[in-house]
Design a protein around this ligand. Structure first.
Ligand code: TC6
Ligand code: FAD
Length: 664
């Protein structure tokens, strides 16, 4: 029935104020107001309709993305939306496209690596979208190994130009979003060569297409790399290829904030770390963590509402059946994901702070926290995107058969989300960066240099290597210091074991290669500790609103204890907990699930997602699932006619057995 809230009983059970939780989720009242307003605006504008895109051809989908993107830009300009509002508009538009790369990478790359004059020139065009840019780093042959890129930028002192060239097929740029069909410009990463010397990878601003008729400039071959995973989904994006044939650009289009090439062709490296050339990736990795919480929250919202609507078994004397959310197995799969969505939200907030802090320090030429910022952004990007991809797929299974329907919203969410495990750094490659950072930190223990920031716990190595967990009863697992100590001792002991095993090798790099799998595990343990500790810090801070803190505490301990359960091998083998303490943790988890159960629907309502953004019949706010599933089914083109196309050609001959005889 229209207008009836099928989830009203669930909402009435809530033991906390949902409106207050919405503010906590959004980060502030202001952030909530902006999100709430912009999401409703997008939901009610027919141009942003998206339910039809699964049935579009690639070309239709691409054109539809152009239409939406340009319309979004028009709105941003006409309504004079702030940057924050513009970002939200793109998020709620929910269709990957060239705007993401233009604003998310091209502009930040110029801001981070361009000189003031370069910024003035290029950003004034880019900010008005008079040029459209992308970020062209990855090549056919190399993505992870940035130092292995092959594209060359050779300085020609005669003409004061760089000659951009793709010397091999594998040096073709391959993957950049927005490159294939839309971008007029790119920040291209290429090996800088002056006077025959290779100075490694640097960034260059390159015009790719004519601003008059959009044709590629002479010397440039460009196109789309083809269909990607999932129908619809990320195929709205024109990921592209690009090859240069001795293509010339003026010298002042090398991004020269970090290092310079003079008119005479002299290379002048600045005294800042060369890794700052990777700065755009660090900034994007940081934003990906908050986006992970958003994507996971969408999936969890769908699975939670549907689990409250769906009933199977348990009817006595013809009475009502059990809501599947009441099965402990469903809770054991769903509630840790709900808790993870909140956990990633809060660690994302913290990471934003860390990133802002490191940016300010860099501006003041203080590079001390750069390695930690790199390790945290890389590790948390990796950990949260892997957990979110797995979590979305788990939510699909939590919705049973209907979760596999396109209109559940989950297949498309998964298909769009899953490349986050690969882009901005393959998740394993990124954890290995964390592992290197940890090994370095361990090697400096006892040198008088106290570890700081997220590795400060390693400074208490003596205690953490010897301590035994004091947990004696299930409630002890609600004690923040006991939880933290278990995670710290597990992370430290895993890192120290790796370091000890490494030291058995004469050649450290060879040892590192042999121990890669263990190193990744140690890095993940460290990242999980960060997330747990930031969640605990959140619940120990000031939190307003009736019952809100209690809910967050429950979620925090669910997050920590489900990790303990999932990685029990680590905790037991490092003697960070005993088997008895692990079973007390499971007991405590069951109790926490019971406490979350009456609040589950309200906890996902706190995400404040519109039905438009969720794009899911199963996750509808009103829970009116079954009639809407029928409506969606009847919209399918196969149902346009009762007897399908092809009946006379194939089905009828088959059942009448009157097709021509086969010939071998
Ligand atoms: C919407 C979707 C859009 C998608 C867009 C994309 O995908 S765009 C494409 C995205 N593509 C990718 O994400 C590609 C992924 N690959 C990479 O980012 C890098 O090539 C790498 C980090 C894997 C290795 O780097 P490397 O070849 O230099 O190797 P190395 O291990 O020898 O490290 C040397 C030193 O540098 C340090 N350091 C490294 N990075 C940073 C940093 N960002 N900051 C600060 N520091 C950093 C490192 O810790 C080490 O320090 P140490 O020990 O000497 O004190
Ligand atoms: C949807 C999408 C959008 C993208 N957008 C852009 C963009 O806008 N601009 C851009 O420049 N790029 C873009 N990329 C490219 C992306 O950044 C790379 O694909 C990514 O960095 C991974 O690199 P790779 O493809 O070379 O993977 P590879 O490194 O070839 O990975 C293959 C396998 O090898 C393993 N591996 C690699 N190196 C190591 C190692 N040292 N130790 C252990 N294992 C290793 C990996 O774990 C993985 O399992 C995009 C990619 C995708 C999928």
């Amino acid at each position: 029935m229209e207008g009836v809230d099928h989830l009203a009983d669930e909402r009435n059970k809530a033991e906390f104020n949902v409106d207050d939780m919405k503010i906590i989720w959004a980060g502030s009242r202001h952030a909530f107001d902006v999100s709430n307003r912009i999401s409703r605006f997008v939901a009610t504008d027919p141009v942003f309709e998206k339910s039809n895109r699964a049935l579009m051809t690639r070309k239709e989908l691409f054109k539809n993305t152009l239409k939406k993107s340009v319309y979004a830009w028009k709105i941003i300009k006409e309504l004079r939306l702030s940057d924050e509002e513009g970002i939200k508009l793109r998020i709620f538009m929910d269709q990957p496209g060239f705007l993401d790369l233009h604003w998310g990478m091209f502009v930040p790359a110029i801001k981070g690596q361009g000189t003031e004059e370069q910024q003035q020139k290029w950003l004034s065009l880019a900010n008005k979208m008079q040029i459209i840019g992308c970020y062209a780093q990855t090549e056919l042959g190399h993505g992870s190994n940035v130092q292995g890129l092959e594209t060359t930028a050779t300085f020609d002192p005669k003409t004061d130009q760089f000659i951009m060239h793709s010397p091999t097929q594998t040096s073709s740029k391959w993957w950049p979003g927005g490159l294939g069909k839309v971008s007029t410009h790119a920040v291209v990463y290429a090996r800088l060569i002056t006077n025959g010397k290779d100075h490694g990878v640097h960034g260059f601003i390159v015009q790719l297409r004519s601003l008059d008729d959009h044709s590629p400039l002479p010397g440039i071959t460009i196109g789309d790399i083809g269909m990607k995973f999932g129908n619809g989904a990320y195929n709205s994006m024109d990921n592209g290829f690009l090859m240069f044939n001795q293509f010339r650009i003026p010298r002042d289009q090398m991004l020269m904030r970090l290092s310079k090439v003079t008119r005479e062709g002299k290379y002048i490296a600045s005294d800042v770390p060369r890794q700052l050339v990777y700065g755009t990736m660090v900034s994007v990795r940081q934003t990906i963590v908050s986006k992970a919480s958003d994507a996971l929250a969408r999936a969890v919202c769908i699975a939670t509402r549907y689990s409250a609507v769906r009933r199977q078994f348990g009817s006595e004397n013809g009475g009502i059946e059990t809501q599947v959310i009441d099965y402990k197995t469903q809770q054991n799969r769903l509630f840790p994901l709900l808790a993870s969505a909140y956990a990633f939200r809060f660690v994302g907030e913290w990471l934003k702070w860390l990133y802002t802090d490191v940016t300010q320090r860099l501006e003041a030429s203080d590079f001390v926290t750069l390695p930690e910022a790199h390790a945290c952004t890389a590790g948390l990007k990796s950990m949260t995107t892997s957990a979110t991809s797995d979590g979305i797929e788990e939510c699909r299974k939590l919705c049973g058969g209907h979760g596999y329907l396109w209109c559940s919203g989950l297949p498309e969410l998964f298909a769009v989300y899953v490349p986050a495990c690969t882009y901005e750094g393959d998740n394993v490659v990124l954890q290995l960066q964390v592992a290197r950072f940890l090994m370095k930190t361990v090697s400096q223990l006892g040198s008088g240099k106290a570890p700081a920031g997220t590795t400060a716990y390693m400074g208490r190595a003596q205690h953490l290597l010897q301590c035994r967990s004091g947990v004696q009863k299930a409630e002890d697992w609600l004690n923040p210091s006991m939880v933290l100590e278990a995670f710290e001792s597990r992370a430290l002991r895993m890192a120290i074991t790796c370091a000890k095993n490494l030291s058995k090798f004469e050649n450290q790099e060879q040892g590192f290669s042999e121990l890669l799998a263990d190193l990744v595990e140690a890095a993940i343990a460290h990242c999980q500790l960060i997330v747990v500790s930031k969640f605990i810090a959140k619940i120990e801070g000031e939190i307003e609103g009736k019952g809100v803190k209690k809910q967050l505490k429950n979620l925090c301990y669910i997050y920590a204890l489900h990790l303990l359960h999932k990685h029990l091998g680590d905790f037991l083998s490092t003697n960070s907990v005993t088997p008895e303490q692990a079973s007390l943790a499971s007991h405590q988890l069951r109790s926490l699930y019971s406490q979350v159960r009456p609040n589950a629907v309200a906890l996902v309502d706190a995400f404040d997602y519109t039905d438009h953004y969720l794009g899911s019949v199963l996750g509808r706010y009103d829970g009116n699932v079954y009639p809407k599933l029928f409506e969606e089914a009847l919209k399918d083109p196969l149902n346009d006619s009762v007897v399908p196309d092809g009946y006379h050609e194939y089905i009828r001959p088959l059942i009448k057995q009157n097709f021509p005889s086969a010939k071998l």
